[in-house]
Design a binder for this molecule. Sequence first.
Ligand code: AMP
Length: 192
Amino acid sequence: MKYYILFGPPGAGKGTHAGAIAEKYNLKHISTGDLLRAEIKAGTELGLKAKSLIDAGCLVPDEVVEGMIENAFNTIKGVDGFLLDGFPRTIAQAESLDKILAARGESLKAVISIMIPDELVYERIKHRASIEGRADDASDEIIANRIRTYHSQTEPLIDFYKKDGRYHEVAGYPGTLEENQSRVLKMVESLA
Ligand code: AMP
């Protein structure tokens, strides 16, 4: 099995490009954000607990998302691997992922990092807000909190993964969606 991480700040295009990568390499795309939003929609206890944190642009506790990832690895069959989108987001989650994979006799193949500047994060998220209606896309204050959270908790993962050569970066701008997608796919091709 091949395990990839799709990394980058909010609005970098992870969710947008994940489908094409997953299809090309027969991977299951797992977005922890999508899984959490599904829990909220279904009105589960987990969803209820997560909602206020998500709506405020804060991270949910590590154990919650780690459990979701482990559950997905245990139950999803018939694919050649997994493309993780939005996980890990903290060093603790990255260490936990390494342990989960080691226990399965597996390891992470690569981190595909899509980078955009903070100004573009605002622009892209505001555009998405008008289409998807996500509460955490709705206000400047919440977007600013998500950017701060990204820089303080998630960005340190870049050095974590650079240390052992698993980190590969591609620019998520400028250009049209198609141009950006083609650049991302070319980079993934170079890893395969
Ligand atoms: P996303 O759809 O990836 O932008 O995620 C939306 C929100 O879900 C985030 O702002 C967090 O509140 C929560 N979330 C998603 N993935 C994680 C994660 N790996 N760790 C903690 N919180 C997460």
